[in-house]
Design a protein around this ligand. Structure first.
Ligand code: ZN
Length: 64
């Protein structure tokens, strides 16, 4: 996405969105940002989070 500098656009965000986890800005190192509810996550953190979640997906222990 390209940021256009137009003073007439009230929706322009003054600060650049950056990853809420690692602080990378969009385009930094080729990362993409995914916007959440007031937060952003970059493609790298998405991948890391996916790996973490995968490791946590252990089969539930059989109940008594
Ligand atoms: Zn990140």
């Amino acid at each position: 996405m390209i940021f256009r500098r137009k003073g007439s656009n009230p929706t322009v965000i003054r600060h650049r969105p950056r990853c809420s986890f690692c602080g990378k800005e969009r385009g930094e190192g080729g990362v993409q940002l995914v916007a959440g509810a007031g937060v952003y996550i970059c493609s790298e953190c998405v991948r890391v989070a996916s790996e973490i979640l995968r490791h946590h997906q252990r089969p539930a222990p059989a109940g008594t």
